[in-house]
Structure formats: C-alpha cells, structure tokens
Ligand binder design. Sequence first.
Ligand code: SF4
Length: 78
Amino acid sequence: TYVIAQPCIDVMDRACVEECPVDCIYEGARSLYIHPDECVDCGACEPVCPVEAIYYEDDLPEQFGPYLRDNEEFFTQV
Ligand code: SF4
C-alpha cells in the first residue's frame, strides 16, 4: 500500500484524491489517509502530491515510519 505521511498534515491538497482510480483516499481531521486494503498500488497519487507526502510503504523515509501505523489506526477506529 501507499502511505500518506507528515507533510500532508494541515495541507490536505487533495490532488491525490482526484488521481486515485479506486477512490481509496479518505479525509481525516488534519490529514488524508490511504485505505491499506483498498489501495491497488498504482502509484498515481504519489507524483501529484505538491508536498511529497505520499510514499510506497517500503520506501517510507525512516522519520515517517510511525505514519504507517497511524494510517492503519485511522481505518480501524472507523
Ligand atoms: Fe489510489 Fe493508486 Fe495512490 Fe493507491 S497508489 S492510493 S490506488 S492512486
């Protein structure tokens, strides 16, 4: 799955939402989140993000590691 990390917080540009072919990017209070089970790993969202917040989970920079869990938590609480 692809993951949206810290640069999205309070930015929420939403360009990725337009690009996603399966509409799996959801809106939280301060960030957007990619549903890990719905994402088809197409990569379309990554280059359109103006703040480079989107990473493939294996390419997530170390400092953004917690965002993978953060993302999962967002979808388990709803
Ligand atoms: Fe949507 Fe593709 Fe991005 Fe996954 S990688 S969130 S399917 S645009």
